[in-house]
Ligand binder design. Structure first.
Ligand SMILES: NC(=O)c1ccc[n+]([C@@H]2O[C@H](COP(=O)([O-])OP(=O)(O)OC[C@H]3O[C@@H](n4cnc5c(N)ncnc54)[C@H](O)[C@@H]3O)[C@@H](O)[C@H]2O)c1
Length: 438
């Protein structure tokens, strides 16, 4: 099958690479010529485990191509996947200008296709957008929606072994082509659903909203635990034994970030307002997430009496989650900025996100070694649960820190052990370990 992918961000590049790996002839189109040049060399512009190796294999096999020229990408394509960004705009609404720009560029070339292409909107879009794309296409085509559920950091495996594929279609051509292109990825028995386009668009937002809701919910319970002397880890264990609740995606912390949950929750609220059906749960989920970040930063400020001038703070974990270098809407950004505004000197470490974070918050001194950040620091703050932070050398850490204080935003450590190691230890939803009472 000849496939065109528009947009080579996380979704487009993974989608194109995995389809090429399955034997298709894939051309990825991006408006950024610099990016295209890098991609042609088999280099991914972001960190994603296993991606560069898979890209190189398919490029060498002649199945994966990159271009910034729409004609080259679209001509003869059986199927075009629109995978461009849909960020929150300055007005707080989902910005669809990239998606509509792509629709126009496809429309300009529709007359030159031998066979009408299937145009698939894969970007996460508000209900009705796929039909708005179709309205801009002048010529013959089939339209479909096929939201993407991959997780950054686990993207290749998620794409190769999806829990489900959801498609919104209106004719058999689109259905048959999507069935064919996804067949290798669901041979292990996972389902492919064919729905109407509006329902397909809604599945994506509803799924992300539900996941965001789980995070805000457990954070709210964590807050209650702290105020009432309970321990959220025990409460969570007790709750999750109920199979109706389950234990996935249900960990307390400093809130969700990234390019999806924050913007998708806002987009659901926007859809609710537009439909005169305000989404009250989603509004609370969003507000709680903001509150969680503020609460964590305030807790640090409070410990130091509100003034951090002359203090040095070490930050471990800058990416919005482990196994990615993506810092879009990462809690670490808000926290670092709050500390800097209060007068602190902040040093940071992340196994992958040093460059991306450095561009966002240049005032943070980025170190190449996790222990280097803590030299002479008055406290260590953990924002992201990278595996390498889970069992550090506590003796070394204590000798490097000026004060043995850890603010753990991801509950990585056992409280009793932290007392033995001699740390003041703040975590989320668990009683604080204070040296005087340890
Ligand atoms: N990042 C994720 O984990 C994830 C997961 C599921 C769904 N999504 C959704 O997928 C969509 C894409 O997200 P992303 O994170 O991959 O975006 P991204 O911002 O990382 O990448 C978008 C790419 O599209 C390119 N682009 C913009 N306009 C273009 C045009 N007219 N022609 C060609 N290329 C163009 C940009 O240069 C950029 O490389 C969004 O709607 C997002 O919500 C993202």
């Amino acid at each position: 099958m000849k496939i065109a992918i528009v947009g080579t961000g996380y979704v487009g590049l993974i989608t194109g690479t995995c389809f090429a790996n399955a034997g298709n002839d894939v051309t990825c189109l991006d408006i950024d010529p610099k990016k295209v040049k890098t991609l042609r060399k088999g280099k991914a512009p972001f960190f994603e485990p296993g991606l560069s190796e898979m890209m190189t294999k398919s490029i060498n096999a002649g199945r994966l191509h990159f271009t910034d020229d729409p004609t080259t990408a679209y001509i003869d394509a059986n199927i075009i996947f629109i995978c461009v960004g849909t960020p929150t705009g300055e007005d707080g609404r989902c910005n669809l200008s990239h998606v509509m720009g792509v629709a126009d560029s496809i429309s300009d070339l529709l007359d030159s296709f031998d066979e009408p292409p299937v145009v698939v909107v894969k970007s996460t879009v508000p209900v009705g957008t796929t039909h708005n794309v179709a309205e801009r296409l002048k010529g013959e085509y089939s339209i479909a929606n096929c939201p993407e559920f991959l997780r950054e950091g686990n993207a290749i495996d998620d794409f190769m072994h999806p829990d489900r594929i959801v498609c919104g279609v209106e004719d058999d051509r689109a259905k048959n082509l999507l069935e064919k292109v996804y067949a290798p990825f669901i041979s292990d028995g996972h389902p492919i659903f064919f729905f109407d386009i509006h329902s397909s668009e809604m599945v994506k937002y509803a799924s992300n909203a539900m996941l965001a809701c789980k995070i805000s919910f457990i954070n709210e319970i964590a807050s209650l635990c702290e105020r009432n002397g309970a321990n959220i880890e025990r409460v969570r264990t007790g709750m999750c034994a109920d199979r109706r609740i389950g234990n996935q995606f249900f960990k307390p912390g400093i809130g969700y970030g990234g390019s999806c949950f924050p913007k998708d929750t806002l987009a659901v609220m926007e859809m609710g307002d537009d439909a005169h059906a305000p989404c009250l749960v989603n509004t609370a989920v969003h507000n709680l997430n903001q509150r969680q970040r503020r609460w964590f930063a305030d807790r640090i400020l409070k410990h130091f009496g509100g003034d951090l001038s002359g203090k040095k703070i070490a930050l471990w974990g800058l990416a919005f989650k482990p196994n990615t270098d993506d810092v879009r809407d990462a809690p670490s950004i808000d926290i670092a900025q709050t500390l800097i505004a209060a007068g602190a000197e902040v040093s940071g470490f992340d196994p992958e996100a040093w460059e991306t974070f450095g561009e966002e918050v240049p005032k943070v001194d980025i170190c190449k070694d996790m222990y280097e950040t803590t030299e002479g620091a008055d406290a260590l703050i953990i924002c992201t649960e990278w595996a390498e932070f889970s069992s550090p050398n506590f003796t070394l850490l204590k000798s490097l820190l000026r004060e043995p204080i850890i603010f753990d935003g991801r509950n990585l450590y056992v409280r009793a052990e932290m007392a033995q190691h001699g740390f003041n230890y703040y975590s989320v939803g668990r009683p604080t370990v204070e040296l005087t009472t340890a």
